[in-house]
Design a protein around this ligand. Structure first.
Ligand SMILES: NC(=O)c1ccc[n+]([C@@H]2O[C@H](COP(=O)([O-])OP(=O)(O)OC[C@H]3O[C@@H](n4cnc5c(N)ncnc54)[C@H](OP(=O)(O)O)[C@@H]3O)[C@@H](O)[C@H]2O)c1
Length: 276
């Protein structure tokens, strides 16, 4: 019997060789690990984050000293474009630099993000605004700077790193969770417009990953994986043309099921699981 295979929701990637990939949030954690993996696969990389020094270290490591601190491209090398995603003008400038250097972009991976636990008893609008500025407005800044270019090219893709924390309300995630829920919804809404235009849209929802972002968590993180494992899941998902790239499956599938429960069952279940 021939196994039933669903058609991929995005054009599959059969080779990364020479693919022009811009990773935003590449200075540490998931973004840096994905940069390392894609570099091994032969992709042409541009790396962004606020910390130019950290980007430079990674680029040096990746390109065997081929990288430059400025936005000068090296054939099959690594381009460094330090920026703050909350600065729309800086993001536009970086995208224009890449258009000049590369002539286009094949994949934009938005992996920038910040996290701060927040509960109702210490709700802080300023801190919440800062989280949403980076995690959500930052994504709009990147999309605003790149989607017109991708549409003009008639090919390419955008990938947004959301989180399973966006599936449904979780304790201590008063600002982070709603921001990630916004990114999930944003990817879904983008798909209607970009898929018919030949542009891929990847929604990436990791569970717990051991990075700087989760280092301060004071609880045992279930199904914790490494940034390298996360990068492998992301790259595998994009290669397969998946829209909904979530992992580790043993955790993300459970949360997907929990959100189907009626609220009167959902809340006690989450309290029991998290102990919060
Ligand atoms: N770790 C987890 O368990 C987990 C789970 C689900 C989703 N995620 C998401 O995965 C993404 C990557 O997080 P991570 O775990 O790899 O954490 P991380 O190691 O702290 O990496 C976050 C990256 O975002 C960059 N960044 C933060 N604010 C920025 C800004 N304003 N402008 C430009 N870049 C900025 C950071 O670089 P600079 O500080 O140098 O700017 C860094 O490169 C985030 O969106 C996070 O929400 C993480």
């Amino acid at each position: 019997m021939v196994p039933f295979r669903m058609r991929p929701m995005n054009p599959p990637v059969t080779s990364w060789a020479g693919r022009r990939v811009w990773i935003i949030g590449a200075s540490s954690g998931i973004g840096a690990a994905t940069a390392r993996l894609l570099r091994q696969h032969g992709a042409r990389l541009a790396l962004s984050a606020r910390s130019g020094a950290a980007l430079h270290d990674i680029a040096n490591e990746l390109a065997n000293d081929l990288a430059s601190e400025t936005a000068t491209d090296q054939p099959h090398g690594v381009t460094i474009l330090p920026l703050d995603v909350t600065d729309a003008a800086a993001v536009i400038e970086a995208a224009q630099t890449l258009r000049r250097l590369w002539g286009g972009i094949d994949l934009v991976l938005f992996a920038a993000g910040v996290y701060q636990p927040m509960r109702a008893q210490d709700i802080d609008p300023v801190a919440a605004g800062a989280i949403l500025d980076t995690n959500v407005k930052g994504a709009y800044n990147v999309l605003g700077a790149t989607v017109p270019m991708l549409r003009a090219q008639g090919q390419g893709a955008v990938a947004l790193v959301a989180s399973v924390a966006g599936y449904s309300g979780l304790p201590k995630a008063l600002a982070y969770g709603p921001g990630k829920a916004a990114l999930i919804n944003l990817c879904e809404a983008l798909y209607y417009d970009l898929h018919p235009a030949g542009i891929g849209v990847y929604l990436i929802s990791p569970g717990f990953v051991a990075t700087r972002l989760t280092a301060a968590n004071d609880f045992t993180m279930p199904a914790l994986i490494t940034a390298e494992q996360a990068a492998r899941e992301i790259v595998r998902g994009i290669e397969g043309g998946e829209f909904d790239i979530h992992f580790p499956k043993r955790f993300s599938r459970m949360l997907k099921l929990l959100r189907l429960l009626p609220y009167r069952l959902y809340f006690p279940a989450l309290r029991r699981i998290t102990g919060l």
